[in-house]
Write a protein of this length. Structure first.
Length: 277
């Protein structure tokens, strides 16, 4: 039986030297969540100034921003901050973009990590009520679009320095491909995100690149609260026989921003080969 994180299979997380994204400003919606926090941490380690976006979790977001590492080049100043990012409110997202512009004068990287769902068996059509459907679609689909719309001008300004030098990363899921996930509409929402990634990549080129990062099941604090036998079963079904570490998902974001500079409109899987099984 596989386990979720055996010592001999723990991922090796590469050390960043703070120059990979030096001078860049990165905005992360849903920044204080399990994956969002890992992404913020790695962006800061790579040298970026990080804006931790939050909806209702203001205190955790502000605490995270205050604890992110500050690398060389900021002269001891705190470059990170937390700002309200209610992605279902288009006007509020435009206000957030204005705040980022006033504080930093630029935005180079936008990570759409805010999302929501609730478990509902796929055959329980009545359990997937209209209110839940609307909330999932508003947050997971309309939300990323509203964020891109709000930050388009800032991203284009940064992108004008070199073709594709600005980046949008939409955090998707293998549920978009496998149609297996917390509920039917969640899977559909992630498929919509991947389709939107391709459309926006075409529409915003050449100044702005757009990619999706599609994790399998990541071993966040939320997942660690699940039944151990269920977690072990998910690991066993994955060819690499473990779950993804949040840092591995974050490293895909770093790779897209710092190294995959001729990549746009692509879906970058971080799933351990789960769709193969």
């Amino acid at each position: 039986m596989a386990t979720t994180a055996p010592d001999n299979q723990s991922p090796v997380i590469r050390r960043l030297d703070g120059t990979e994204l030096a001078g860049k400003v990165a905005v992360v919606t849903g920044g204080s969540g399990g994956l969002g926090a890992a992404i913020c941490q790695r962006l800061a380690e790579a040298g970026a100034a990080v804006v931790v976006g939050y909806n209702s979790s203001q205190q955790p977001a502000e605490l995270l921003a205050s604890q992110l590492p500050v690398v060389a080049g900021y002269n001891g100043e705190q470059p990170h901050c937390a700002l309200a990012a209610p992605v279902t409110d288009g006007a509020a997202m435009k206000q957030m973009a204005e705040q980022v512009s006033e504080r930093y004068g630029r935005c180079d990287i936008l990570i759409n990590c805010a999302g929501t769902t609730r478990y509902c068996p796929h055959d329980d059509l009545e359990g997937l009520d209209d209110e839940l459907i609307d909330r999932i679609l508003a947050t997971n689909v309309r939300g990323p679009f509203a964020s891109v719309r709000a930050f388009k001008s800032l991203l284009q300004q940064s992108g004008s320095a070199g073709q594709g030098s600005s980046l949008v990363v939409n955090i998707s899921s293998i549920a978009a491909v496998t149609a297996m996930g917390s509920n039917v509409i969640y899977c559909a929402s992630k498929a919509a995100v991947d389709n939107m990634t391709r459309s926006l990549a075409r529409a915003l080129a050449p100044a702005i690149r757009v990619v999706s990062v599609a994790p399998g099941l990541a071993d966040t604090e939320f997942v660690k609260q699940m039944d151990q036998s269920w977690r072990d079963e998910q690991a066993e079904r994955t060819p690499l026989k473990r779950l993804a570490a949040p840092e591995e998902v974050a490293d895909a974001v770093i790779a897209a921003a710092a190294y995959l500079t001729f990549t746009t409109g692509n879906i970058i899987a971080v799933d351990g080969g789960r769709p193969l099984s």
